[in-house]
Ligand binder design. Structure first.
Ligand SMILES: C[S@@+](CC[C@H](N)C(=O)[O-])C[C@H]1O[C@@H](n2cnc3c(N)ncnc32)[C@H](O)[C@@H]1O
Length: 285
């Protein structure tokens, strides 16, 4: 069929069995749950990709995506269409206020080694760069200036390559203090802003599926941010992931989770931060 004709075809309805197969595939591989209300989201995004490839039928495409190494390449493309990668700088300001207060307290005690911060589900980089700016600002005029490193991890290779590029449209800065954007970014000829090498060199981004945290090398982290990722997961999985993250914290470390993303979770090593606007915990020293 010619591509123009193909594009005019109405969206084929997905059978119950096909929906279940795709739901299961996404959840098994990423943890992300697509409930019945998200059926049309799944259908629209799969169809768009199938049109690009000229594949007819959700079943045939499923076979293609699950077919060995070739399927893995296609999966990596499809993943970006099926996961939400929305993010912004300093998302949920109260979480960053808690972070900065915590960093000031750590600084007051004196640093024995550089601070290690981790953004879990870092998307296109706004969160890890925000963590880096907070740390840089707190340490800026101290003897420990620049003594920190931020790791950003995500399952999406596409999101990670954007994060590594560190180039953002000026619209992304509407809510950032102008002083900060001037201090840490350089405006390019096309109007976009690029993170300055001095800050970029403190941020490192790597692929990590949070379902495989047991394979992750991170340990002894001073700060872990995990916001707007767990909401897509089942409750038991959210708890399991947080239990893993708690173990990756250094004694005295801070874990920040998106507000409302996990209810009633506790961990024997952690103490909740007393602030009703954030969901954060510190690991006992
Ligand atoms: C909505 S964004 C949140 C970004 C950022 N943390 C924030 O709060 O703005 C969720 C990110 O989680 C990533 N993600 C989804 N499933 C994942 C998994 N199993 N492992 C790691 N990252 C995952 C997505 O690729 C996406 O970039």
């Amino acid at each position: 069929m010619q591509s123009g004709v193909w594009a005019l075809q109405p969206l084929a309805d997905m059978s119950v069995a096909e929906f279940r197969d795709w739901q299961e595939l996404l959840e098994t591989r990423t943890g992300v749950v697509l409930n019945e209300q998200r059926r049309s989201f799944l259908q629209t995004n799969l169809s768009a990709r199938m049109r690009e490839l000229g594949v007819e039928g959700y079943g045939a495409y499923y076979q293609q995506v699950t077919d060995g190494p070739r399927g893995a390449v296609e999966w990596s493309t499809l993943l970006d269409r099926l996961t939400v990668q929305e993010t912004r700088f300093f998302r949920h300001r109260p979480s960053f206020d808690v972070l900065e207060a915590y960093l000031r307290e750590r600084l007051a005690q004196g640093l024995k080694q550089p601070l290690a911060l981790w953004s879990v589900g870092c998307a296109s980089g706004e969160e890890p760069y925000s963590l880096a700016i907070s740390a840089a600002e707190v340490l800026r005029t101290s003897e420990f200036e620049g003594q920190f490193g931020v790791t950003g991890t995500d399952i999406s290779l596409n999101a990670l390559s954007k994060a590594r590029e560190g180039l953002f449209s000026s619209r992304r800065f509407e809510h950032m203090d102008a002083e900060l954007s001037k201090r840490y970014f350089q405006t390019q000829e096309d109007g976009r802003l690029k993170v300055l090498p001095s800050l970029a060199s403190r941020v490192c981004c790597a692929r990590l599926n949070v379902l495989e945290l047991n394979k992750a090398p991170m340990s002894g982290m001073d700060v872990i941010f995990c916001q707007n990722l767990l909401i897509y997961f089942r409750r038991w999985r959210r708890r399991e992931i947080l239990n893993h993250l708690a173990e990756r914290l250094a004694p005295g470390g801070l874990l920040v989770v998106g507000v409302g993303e996990v209810a009633g979770w506790q961990h024997p090593l952690l103490t909740p931060v007393a602030n009703e606007h954030v969901l954060a915990f510190t690991r006992q020293g």
